[in-house]
Design a binder for this molecule. Structure first.
Ligand SMILES: *Cc1c(COP(=O)(O)O)cnc(C)c1O
Length: 402
């Protein structure tokens, strides 16, 4: 690895911070007990686990620590939210609503549920990448049991009107309750927002919310799912009685402790850090727009995560640009890490109506704690000649001189 490379792919993953690593250390050595064991070794591990549960519950404003279940990753949390709720509530309905810009962990899971007899409505988004709360309302049917709409998108950073959707679902549930009918449950994938913008499960009106530690400077391989008290859900994994019988498997106590420490820190520093990142992103965005012709910013101009910038460079392939920048010591992304390796344009940009030739030329810069003004200056100095060189090689560019 090139030691001097500038990392601008924080939406894919983040480095583990020193503080969570320090918090984890005892649980990787001396405090090795199984949190389910009754003896003192188990009790010590149990204490770390339950303190972490309380901390995560506080960070999302859950009413009770028991509403937090620890999982193996954000993908598992999303799978559990959808499969476990759908299966447990199938007797009263088989309809699920989601959106076309969800992470694959949600979209592919919803698609899979069709094979178990569920009907899935995939809502469109507008050109700014937002789901309309009214579209959610219009698509709720008597058979609807679950709505899953993400809090903010990983590719373009667009923040969804989750609290407004929560209000619409609450209204529907009031009339259902009056008629003695079961509720519509609401899940949001908050993997990209935790530690970046405030998360309040009560104000958002969600029943389920997914988190992943490695997106906020915690360790990889640990996630959490908020499940509101009283939600009817069945386990995804069967086995022991861990996690209130909802997730069998000996808890990854060290990872969980690291997750809680990382989240508390990110939330405490959230406001100041996001203001810093917003200034850096605006500098990057303005610099690109003013120095390179035929470029477009993807996603809502205001309702967007501070550190995310998706730009389409017309007449070139995002993948070629990514590789050229990598050689110059700049690590960006063509969209989501999970979609790379395929030549298909991003499903998110397609859903936003970005024409295929622009979607192919998209590059995502995602900024984070390590990003400095010097890094942005280097990108702004490096990018224009690289784009120019690639365009000169492109037959499309020659046909479309600016
Ligand atoms: C990264 C990500 C996930 C998956 O989380 P993992 O912990 O990597 O499985 C899910 N949703 C969104 C929005 C993400 O950005």
């Amino acid at each position: 690895m090139n030691k001097k490379s500038i990392y601008l792919d924080y939406n894919a993953t983040t480095p583990l911070r020193a503080e969570p690593l320090d918090a984890m250390r005892p649980y990787l050595s001396d405090v090795f007990g199984n949190a389910s064991s009754m003896h003192v070794f188990g009790q010590q591990a149990r204490k770390g686990l339950e303190d972490a549960r309380q901390a995560v519950a506080r960070c999302v404003n859950a009413q009770k620590p028991g509403e937090i279940i620890f999982t193996g990753c954000g993908t598992e949390s999303d799978n559990m939210a959808i499969k476990s709720v759908a299966r447990a509530n199938k007797a009263r309905g088989n309809h699920i609503i989601t959106s076309s810009i969800e992470h694959h962990a949600v979209l592919a899971t919803c698609e899979y549920m069709r094979s178990e007899g569920f009907q899935v409505t995939v809502l469109p988004v507008d050109s700014s990448g937002r789901v309309s709360p009214l579209e959610v309302k219009r698509n709720i049917q008597p058979s609807t049991i679950l709505v899953s709409i993400m809090h903010a998108n990983n590719e373009v950073g667009v923040i969804q009107p989750v609290a407004e959707i929560g209000k619409i679902i609450a209204g529907e549930n009031d009339s259902r309750a009056a008629a003695g009918r079961g509720q519509v449950l609401f899940h949001t994938d908050a993997v990209q927002t935790a530690g970046k913008i405030p998360i309040d499960v009560q104000a958002m009106g969600v029943d389920l919310l997914s988190l992943s530690a490695h997106k906020f400077y915690g360790p990889k391989g640990v996630g959490a799912l908020y499940i509101k008290r009283g939600t009817v859900i069945e386990p995804l994994l069967h086995g022991g009685h861990h996690e209130a019988n909802l997730r069998a498997g000996t808890e990854n106590v060290a990872g969980i402790v690291g997750m809680a420490a990382a989240l508390e820190l990110a939330v405490a520093e959230q406001q100041a850090e996001q203001a810093r990142l917003l200034a850096l992103r605006q500098k990057l965005e303005n610099g690109i727009m003013s120095s390179i012709p035929s470029v477009y910013v993807n996603g809502h101009s205001l309702e967007r995560l501070a550190g995310t910038l998706s730009v389409s460079f017309e007449f070139i392939e995002g993948e070629s640009l990514l590789l050229s920048l990598d050689l110059k010591g700049i690590a960006a992304s063509t969209g989501s890490a999970c979609a790379s390796g395929t030549s298909e344009p991003s499903h998110v940009l397609s859903a936003m109506g970005v024409p295929p030739e622009c979607a192919q030329g998209a590059l995502r810069f995602s900024l984070g704690r390590g990003t400095t003004e010097k890094d942005i200056d280097y990108v702004l100095e490096t990018l224009p000649p690289v784009v120019d060189r690639l365009r000169r090689m492109s037959p499309l560019w020659k046909q479309n001189p600016v």
